[in-house]
Design a protein around this ligand. Structure first.
Ligand SMILES: Nc1ncnc2c1ncn2[C@@H]1O[C@H](COP(=O)(O)OP(=O)(O)OP(=O)(O)O)[C@@H](O)[C@H]1O
Ligand code: SF4
Ligand SMILES: [Mg+2]
Length: 461
């Protein structure tokens, strides 16, 4: 049995194993599931390490990218255009109050962390949520699981609005919407055994009779590729990838319809990322769970999510299916994000190799720029951008963009396509002769008709 180099690094970085800790003995892996549920290195099922890990033992081989690794066993998730939405989010807002210092703490402003986002998560499917740090991704996820009370908007799930239910009314629905956290080290209580961690939700929600909790926990451990006999071990006896599997088993225990996965693999080594993503894909197929999948990494999102929403400073600036976002991005911010991803930038930027570097920092969400929030960093901003917020306009069958000058890289129109719709002239000043369009209300999902960028009018394709 050999360890790959990263396994060794991971083992040496973790706390020392104590007697009885998982070993490399293949007997430890008995009863485990197949390839996708295989691990990760570290304690336990190292003996079962897949060919992915074995490959890295060869020092002269260049490290493989996530896309190469994940593609060895699983294909990218496919969109089911007939799937009904399991979760419909409309105009969701979260403003965190900012208070003054001193004895009498008065409210002096708001952090507009999420400001009117709308989207659908299809049943059994995945919507990716991407964007720079601080753009409001986690806040959106936390709102859906009702860890925060929304400032406004609605979140329809099974005919009920999660945004307005009381905590008591939420209780039966809590188990239906579960969260997987980014950090497998801090999201598990180090003083509880894996059995307690995975079993507690089963008890709290009366999912199984008390006598059957242990066997259900063991089933769940097996589902996520861990040794069912390890239920009495503590989180520090597992590697990072294995701890994330424990977090997944905990979320899965309640048989949720929706999982909010907030950066579920970003703390993991790339080969382990691929294994955990494969596991999530298997779980999705087996249990028909829908995912709101939050991540920085556009390559990971491209694989797992057939649809993607791009956020900037609390707003969705572009949303669409994989082909629209990765192949025909129309928002300058999406194009800049994609240009930074080595193995997808060429396709996304029409063969351009150089990275698009955005000037300046992300502005404060306490006092965001007027009009388009991206205008202070946008390379093609014009006068109208400071005066009017661009509507999130549907420009294709499954493609929406919020920009006055939408276009593929280098093909932006010279005049704002939105001016007439907003009832203003090209500089954004009121145009007495124009009447604003009624079709600009941002709603979740897609219509059968949309704004044709060539004809510059609404119509059916
Ligand atoms: N509890 C809070 N109180 C006040 N402001 C908050 C709170 N939580 C988040 N924020 C602010 O809201 C904004 C959005 O934060 P959020 O954590 O949702 O971003 P994110 O997109 O998840 O970023 P990252 O990629 O770094 O995880 C940030 O400006 C953040 O500082
Ligand atoms: S609306 Fe203006 S500032 Fe905003 S992304 Fe489009 S061109 Fe840039
Ligand atoms: Mg976050």
């Amino acid at each position: 049995m050999t360890h790959s180099r990263s396994e060794d690094a991971e083992l040496s970085a973790s706390e020392p194993r104590h007697a009885g800790a998982p070993t490399d003995n293949p007997a430890d892996t008995k009863g485990h599931r197949g390839s996708a549920a295989r691990d990760d290195g570290g304690a336990g099922d190292v003996a079962a390490s897949s060919s992915l890990l074995d490959k890295r033992d060869h020092e002269d081989q260049a490290p493989e990218s996530f896309t190469e690794l994940v593609g060895q066993t699983h294909k990218a998730a496919v969109l089911d255009p007939t799937a009904e939405p399991v979760l419909t989010v409309s105009n969701l807002k979260m403003y965190f109050p900012v208070k003054s210092g001193g004895l009498v703490r008065r409210k002096v402003g708001d952090v507009q962390a999420v400001d009117g986002v709308s989207f659908e998560v299809p049943e059994g499917g995945s919507l990716g949520l991407v964007g720079e740090s601080g753009c409001g991704k986690s806040t959106t996820g936390r709102l859906i699981t009702r860890l925060y009370e929304p400032t406004g908007g609605s979140m329809m799930f099974q005919g009920k609005d999660l945004a307005t239910l009381s905590q008591k009314e939420m209780l039966p629905l809590r188990r239906e919407v579960q969260m997987i956290f980014q950090d497998p080290y801090s999201s598990l209580n180090p003083r509880h055994t894996v059995g307690t961690i995975v079993g507690t939700p089963l008890l709290v929600h009366n999912m199984v009779p008390k006598k059957q909790v242990l066997s259900r926990v063991q089933e769940l451990l097996e589902v996520v590729g861990l040794n069912p006999e390890h239920y009495n071990r503590y989180p520090n006896e597992f590697s990072g990838g294995q701890r994330q599997r424990i977090g997944i088993a905990r979320a899965l225990a309640l048989q949720p319809k929706v999982m909010v996965a907030d950066e579920p693999v970003s703390a993991l080594d790339v080969s382990i990322q691929a294994q955990v993503i494969n596991l999530l894909q298997d779980i999705q197929h087996e249990f028909n769970v829908a995912f709101l999948f939050i991540a920085h990494d556009l390559a990971v999102v491209r694989h797992f999510c057939p649809e993607v929403a791009v956020m900037y400073l609390g707003k969705i600036v572009e949303i669409g299916d994989r082909e629209s976002i990765y192949g025909r991005a129309h928002h300058p911010y999406t194009q800049a994000l994609l240009s930074a991803v080595p193995d997808i930038k060429q396709a996304a930027t029409g063969g351009r190799r150089e990275r698009i570097r955005l000037e300046g920092d992300v502005p404060s969400p306490i006092n965001p720029p007027s009009g388009c929030r991206f205008r202070t960093r946008c390379p093609i901003a014009q006068e109208i951008c400071a005066k009017h917020e661009p509507p999130l306009l549907q420009i294709g069958k499954r493609h929406k963009v919020a920009c006055h000058f939408p276009g593929e890289l280098g093909k932006n129109p010279s005049e704002p396509l939105t001016a007439r719709l907003l009832g203003v002239d090209n500089a954004g000043s009121p145009d007495p002769g124009a009447s604003p369009s009624k079709d600009l209300v941002t709603k979740p999902g897609y219509d059968d008709t949309w704004f044709d960028l060539d004809k510059r009018s609404f119509g059916r394709a």
